[in-house]
Each structure stands twice: as structure tokens, then as C-alpha cells.
Design a protein around this ligand. Structure first.
Ligand code: AMP
Length: 359
């Protein structure tokens, strides 16, 4: 078993599980620091494979391939949080895994995650465990007329979610999820959404970016804008909440805490993403150290970089066929295209960041 008492030196290899756009941007950031990346993805056409010499295409529960991958790396991290727990344990027996198995387990499941957040004394939407249609009806009765049923695991970009407005609705939604364990959340009538993208180093150091205002369309992030309308006091509170979460998880790496800003100005935790996050892409152009470099630094045991923001910025996702207008988009700002062959509706094809003067 390799250990990481010392930082991974330049020339070392960071393993990245998942070869989508996040893996791709992590790999590019590693390269800038003189580190190599080895990327593991379950299909051979991964966007991140285009930017690394070390690509492994194998299933996420292929323990032999995972072992070989672990042996080729000095530390391993993730671009997505849904690797099966036994596969993470298998990796962790061979190589330092950052963030660790505990942090991933806590955040893979919405019920475990929300219970953990509540125990820390942070606010969330009211939530109830739902494992049967009967429980679904009962839970709805405890809400004030509106809720969202969410599968506990494997949901993203609105998948595995249904808005409900009656006990019957809730039972039907539960059945449409084919009985997958779920939680029913009270619908929060928030003013807007923000996120704190932050990093915790192997030495416990903490660094948070300015929280962006996030706008969604069809459950997919459309736009992140910095600065948000949060007051300085709310910004401090939001960052302190993220620090509390990161410390309690003994977290190493970048994480994102998505929050609702209530009509009364209070902050509610919606979700924790144990990885770099779409709402932090603007940090590439607008900050001294991007979220991708920051994550690689933390995983490699390097000192964290400075998250200071030197410009106001708006990041917009390029979704589906919008990527066909790449020439026009290239004129308007910092264009990132992820190298995906096909533009399916709802698929994130790239993003563009426009800087709006000095911060
Ligand atoms: P999630 O997958 O939990 O991040 O939810 C995706 C989006 O659905 C959030 O960014 C919100 O816009 C909306 N949403 C999720 N949960 C709630 C809630 N309890 N009340 C109101 N809107 C929600």
C-alpha cells in the first residue's frame, strides 16, 4: 500500500476516475503543474482521454483493472461520486484515495447526506425517508402542500426527481422510480441559488471561492455569476458552512455545497458534491488558482493555491445543439469545448466564461 506522507512530486501520476469534462479539465490542470494523469472511464470515447496518454477503459466494478490502475498512480481522485463502495474500498487498499471513502459514502446518498448536514446544525429543506408508496403518502402529509421526491442515489441534472403536490402524486412518483429508496423534501420557496466551491488540503487548510449565483433551466445549470447578490455577512456564513462540512468529513480536495437563499436571507444546504463542480468553471479565468488546479494540489498533497478572484465573471453552459454556434461563441469570451462527438439534447458540450471587469 502506497502512502502519501510527502506530496506527489512533479512527474508523479494522479489517477482520475471518470473521463468526462471534469476529468478533462482536471487532467489539463495537473499537466500545468508538471503532474501526469491516468484516467479511468467505462467507455473508450471519454472526452478526457483526448488529453492524457494514460487511459484505461474498463467497467467501474472491474476489480482487476482498478488494481492495475491503482498501481500506476500515486494518488487517485474522482470526477463523479457514484463509484460502487466496494470498488472505492478496493482502490483505497492500494493507493491514497482523495477525497476518501467516508466522504464519498456520506454524499452518495441524499438521506445520509441530509442527516449529516442537519446533525452539524446546518439548515436543509425538511426531508423524509420514503421506502414505500404508503410512506410516500404519509410523508407528504407532513409537508405544507408542495414537495420534491428524489431518489436517494444516482440522481443528477434533475434525473430521479419529481415535483409533487398531493399524496397521490407522491405515491405515483415513488412507483415511477420503480420503488427506488427515495426522500421527500419540502419545496423551498427560495429567492435564488448559490454554491460554495471550496478546498480542504491534506494539512487541513481551507480555501473557498466567492459563491456564484446559479441559474438552472430544465434542471441543468445554465449560468453562474460572480459576484452574487449575497451580502458580505452571508458570504462569510456560506463559506463557514462549507468549512464545517469539509472539516467534519475530514475532506481532502475540492467540494461544492449547493445552497438555497431563503426569502428571509437564511441559507439552506441543498446538496454536497464531493468533487469539482460546474458552478466553479469560471475560476479558470477569474481566479489566481482554478478549482481544477486547487483539487489537484489538494489530492497531490501540495499547498492550496490562492482562490482570490480578480474579475467579475459570468459562466454559461453550452448545451446540446448550442455547440453548433461555436464560431460565434468563440468571439464572445473564453470558450471551452469538451470534445464530445455527439450533441444530444441536455448534454453539456462546453462552456463560455465572460469576464466583466476587475473584481
Ligand atoms: P438537486 O438535484 O437536489 O441539486 O436539485 C436540482 C434543482 O432542483 C435545484 O438546484 C433546485 O433548483 C431544485 N430543487 C431541488 N430541491 C428543491 C427543494 N427542496 N425546493 C425547491 N427547489 C428544489
Amino acid at each position: 500500500m502506497k502512502t502519501l506522507e510527502k506530496p506527489v512530486p512533479p512527474g508523479g501520476t494522479i489517477g482520475i476516475i471518470g473521463g468526462g469534462q471534469l476529468g478533462r479539465m482536471l487532467s489539463l490542470a495537473a499537466a500545468r503543474l508538471g503532474l501526469k494523469s491516468c484516467i479511468y472511464n467505462d467507455t473508450p470515447d471519454a472526452p478526457a482521454f483526448q488529453v492524457t496518454q494514460n487511459a484505461v477503459a474498463a467497467l467501474y466494478d472491474d476489480l482487476n483493472m482498478l488494481a492495475g490502475f491503482a498501481d500506476a498512480c500515486d494518488a487517485v481522485t474522482f470526477e463523479f461520486e457514484n463509484l460502487p463502495a466496494h470498488a472505492i474500498a478496493h482502490l483505497a487498499e492500494r493507493v491514497p484515495v482523495r477525497p476518501g471513502a467516508h466522504a464519498l459514502a456520506m454524499t452518495q446518498d441524499r438521506l445520509t447526506e441530509k442527516t449529516f448536514v442537519e446533525k452539524l446544525g446546518l439548515k436543509t429543506a425538511p426531508f423524509f425517508d420514503v421506502t414505500s408508496a404508503e410512506q410516500a403518502r404519509e410523508a407528504f402529509g407532513k409537508l405544507n402542500g408542495k414537495g420534491i421526491l428524489k431518489t436517494r442515489r444516482f440522481g443528477y441534472d434533475g434525473k430521479g426527481q419529481a415535483k409533487v403536490a398531493s399524496a397521490d402524486d407522491t405515491a405515483r412518483a415513488f412507483e415511477s422510480f420503480k420503488g427506488a429508496p427515495s426522500i421527500l423534501e419540502g419545496f423551498v420557496d427560495f429567492s435564488y441559488e448559490v454554491s460554495v466551491v471550496a478546498a480542504r488540503g491534506a494539512d487541513g487548510a481551507f480555501a473557498a471561492y466567492d459563491p456564484p449565483h446559479n441559474e438552472h433551466e430544465n434542471h441543468i445549470l445554465r449560468r453562474s455569476t460572480v459576484p452574487s447578490q449575497l451580502t458580505p455577512a452571508q458570504v462569510s456564513e456560506a463559506k463557514a458552512m462549507a468549512k464545517k462540512i469539509a472539516d467534519a468529513l475530514d475532506y481532502v480536495g475540492v467540494l461544492a455545497v449547493e445552497m438555497f437563499v431563503g426569502k428571509d436571507g437564511g441559507l439552506l444546504v441543498n446538496e454536497i458534491a464531493p468533487r469539482v463542480h460546474n458552478s466553479g468553471h469560471w475560476t479558470i479565468e477569474a481566479c489566481q488558482c482554478s478549482q481544477f488546479e486547487q483539487h489537484i494540489r489538494a489530492v497531490a498533497g501540495w499547498p492550496l493555491g490562492d482562490p482570490v478572484r480578480h474579475a467579475d465573471a459570468v459562466m454559461e453552459n453550452i448545451i446540446g445543439a448550442e455547440a453548433d454556434a461555436w464560431e460565434a461563441l468563440a468571439r464572445g469570451g473564453a470558450l471551452h469545448l469538451y470534445g464530445k462527438k455527439e450533441s444530444r439534447p441536455g448534454r453539456k458540450m462546453g462552456h463560455v466564461t465572460r469576464l466583466r471587469g476587475k473584481a
